[in-house]
Design a protein. Structure first.
Ligand code: GLY
Ligand code: MN
Ligand code: MN
Length: 369
């Protein structure tokens, strides 16, 4: 905010609000004042009690002032922002719709023109990623939550690897996984659980169907949970019967790609280099065209956040972007062969001074425990 000469910042992204205040409800707007650190927290009567209760715990947000909306969120925000006439107020350009922005502009202009003095309204300044910049490297509290989440997800995975698959529908197995996530203390699944069998396993983001799992199918099981507001994510690929030589070969290639990407993880290494390590391993066995998606994505309050571990786009990514200690992301290479099937193996890592610390730890085999 100092670099952008902002007197205040309007925060409308709920994940950013959660990061700043520990509020996990579904409606709030925050206005932060740079100089005083004062944080105006606008919410409605559904949430005022839980915000007050949080304020009495050790998870309280310092400087938080509760503002309960009497009208709409944006009218209340406009009234707060009107205090910054003639000053610069940042807004989150990626998290404010064009129509809300237009409404705020015209409402603030009308307020500025009304009454005595004809003082100017605040200047609304677009910003990008101010709060996200703080989220990308996790602090010790966040790392402890993520470690516990990873431990719990690994426990869930060990149960899932023992589940019978043959003859059951993908939807049935997905429902069982979701139940196990709740049993393990997750607030909710971090995304719609994927169970993709046979030819469906060649679709990286398949939805579970009524298809019954066959004995020689490849089955991609991709699930994650939210624990203490933080997301973890894991994939294993299994086959109920005896793995074919081709399935074993593709599986081994994906596992090797994952090993190489994990070995590449260290502070100061470009995120593009980590992706390239996985891609190179698959290319060596002729599977370069079978791996279309990125190698990984950051994890935190959102299931997909920075840093993206992807291929460098020569037209857009002018420079390398190094990963740093405290970043948390997935490593999830895959190989997908249309009509035949696919394999993906996904684990979560923390970047440490030494390299990668695994958050998840479960057997990777196509069969067995
Ligand atoms: N299924 C979401 C992911 O693995 O990224
Ligand atoms: Mn993932
Ligand atoms: Mn996943």
């Amino acid at each position: 905010m100092t670099a952008g000469s902002l007197d205040a910042l309007l925060v409308t992204s709920l994940p950013n609000i959660l990061y700043l205040t520990n509020f996990s409800g579904t409606a709030a707007v925050v206005v932060i004042e740079r100089e005083s650190g004062r944080l105006r927290f606008i919410t409605d009567s559904r949430y005022t009690e839980s915000v007050r209760a949080t304020g009495t715990t050790d998870r309280a947000c310092p400087g938080l002032e509760l503002v309960v909306t009497a009208s709409s969120y944006d009218a209340t925000a406009a009234a707060v922002l009107d205090e910054y006439r003639g000053r610069r107020v940042g807004f989150e350009a990626s998290h404010l719709t064009v129509s809300r922005h237009a409404w705020l502009l015209s409402t603030l202009a009308a307020a500025g023109n009304a009454g005595v003095g004809l003082r100017a309204s605040p200047e609304l300044v677009p910003t990008q990623g101010l709060v996200e910049a703080g989220r990308v490297r996790k602090d010790t509290y966040e790392l402890d939550v993520l470690r516990e989440a990873g431990r719990r997800l690994s426990e869930v995975a060990r149960v899932v690897l023992k589940m019978p698959l043959h003859g059951r529908t993908e939807m049935d197995v997905a429902a069982d996984i979701d139940w196990q996530l709740r049993q393990a203390g997750f607030e909710r699944p971090a995304f719609d659980t994927i169970v993709a069998s046979g030819p469906n396993s060649a679709l990286p983001h398949a939805r579970p169907t009524e298809r019954r799992i066959g004995e020689s199918d490849l089955v991609v099981l991709d699930f994650g949970g939210v624990y203490g507001s933080y997301c973890v994510d894991l994939t294993r690929t299994r086959t109920p019967g005896v793995a074919s030589p081709r399935a074993l070969a593709v599986h081994e290639a994906v596992l090797e790609a994952q090993r190489r990407a994990i070995s590449a993880v260290a502070p100061g290494v470009s995120r593009f280099e980590i992706d390239a390590a996985a891609r190179q391993a698959l290319a060596e066995v002729g599977l370069q065209d079978a791996f279309g998606h990125g190698t990984g994505h950051g994890l935190g309050i959102e299931i997909h956040e920075a840093p993206r571990i992807v291929q460098r786009r020569p037209d857009v990514d002018a420079r390398d972007e190094m990963v740093e200690a405290g970043m948390v992301f997935t490593i999830e290479p895959g190989a997908y062969i249309p009509g035949w099937g696919g394999v993906r193996i996904e684990d979560d890592v923390i970047v440490t001074d030494q390299g990668a610390e695994m958050l998840t730890n479960v057997a990777t085999g196509l069969t067995g425990a």
